[in-house]
Design a protein. Structure first.
Length: 273
């Protein structure tokens, strides 16, 4: 059996990110062959991934970042909060996020195919599974582009938002709106941005609730319209009460800042929400 030196173990650990003992065992199993040892570690990651495929990965890191006029948001899931808070796990998620910002992949599948140091992101995630011993899943990625983009990460890395504006604005204004989106979880910017099927669903819920309460059939549509209007007020960003001053709407707040300033779009992702 080859004499396994500490320097060889350290070199393999640096190349794969695996633990020292795993690297030593892989080198022993491969009789000191560095490439074979690397393959052993990769196969271990895939084996652990297969073994844990049916586990729930509901924890993780939700991170957002901007680069000029674009921003990206990614979610890397894991099984436990302990791993989610680990500095290496957060750093790995940030590495994926930086790659997304640099390359602007079209979708999640394209992001997973991008390479970092000669390996696809999908391969790197699988390798991490072997290192950590938990199921990991790169589950979400989206980008937004606008004249001004602001990112917000809620403390704990479990909720992040991105918001785009039609023109440059004060960073505090951007942060106010990004935090509004985080806190109030709107489904659209304004009424006209809500999908027709969602509106019809709310209207039907309103009708059925009124019917169950024994309201006359003749006024069910009027009650349903009221239900839809309440939905718009509570669930569309511009019509929500502004969290920092609920006497005004978000739209009123923006008009006070700059009548020409518009929200062009937003992304919000929260674990468990």
């Amino acid at each position: 059996m080859a004499d396994i030196k500490a320097a060889d173990v350290s070199k393999l650990r640096k190349a794969t990110g695996a633990g020292m003992m795993d690297c030593k065992k892989a080198l022993q199993e491969s009789d000191g062959d560095f490439e074979k040892a690397t393959d052993i570690i990769r196969k271990k990651g895939q084996a652990v991934a297969n073994k844990r495929a049916d586990r729930d990965a509901t924890e993780g890191a939700v991170l957002a970042k901007i680069d000029g006029k674009k921003g990206a948001l990614v979610v890397l899931n894991c099984e436990t909060d302990f791993v989610a808070k680990n500095d290496d796990f957060v750093a790995f998620t940030n590495q994926i996020l930086d790659k997304a910002l640099a390359e602007s992949p079209a979708d999640l599948t394209a992001l997973k195919a991008l390479e970092i140091d000669g390996k696809s992101i999908e391969e790197l995630v699988t390798e991490r599974i072997g290192m950590i011993g938990e199921k990991l899943d790169l589950s979400f990625y989206e980008m937004i582009e606008a004249e001004k983009v602001v990112a917000y990460i809620h403390p704990g890395n479990k909720l992040s938002t991105l918001v785009g504006f039609s023109k440059d604005t004060d960073i505090q204004v951007g942060k106010d709106i990004a935090m509004q989106i985080a806190a109030m979880a709107p489904v659209a910017v304004d009424k006209e941005n809500v999908a027709p099927e969602i509106i019809e669903k709310e209207r039907e819920i309103g009708r059925e609730q009124a019917r169950l309460e024994g309201k006359p059939e003749a006024i069910l549509d009027k009650i349903a319209d009221g239900k839809v209007n309440k939905f718009f007020k509570e669930m569309t960003l511009l019509n929500q009460a502004f969290t920092k001053d609920n006497k005004k709407t978000v739209k009123q707040y923006l008009n006070e800042v700059d009548k020409e300033l518009q929200v062009t779009g937003f992304i919000r992702f929260g674990l468990g929400s």
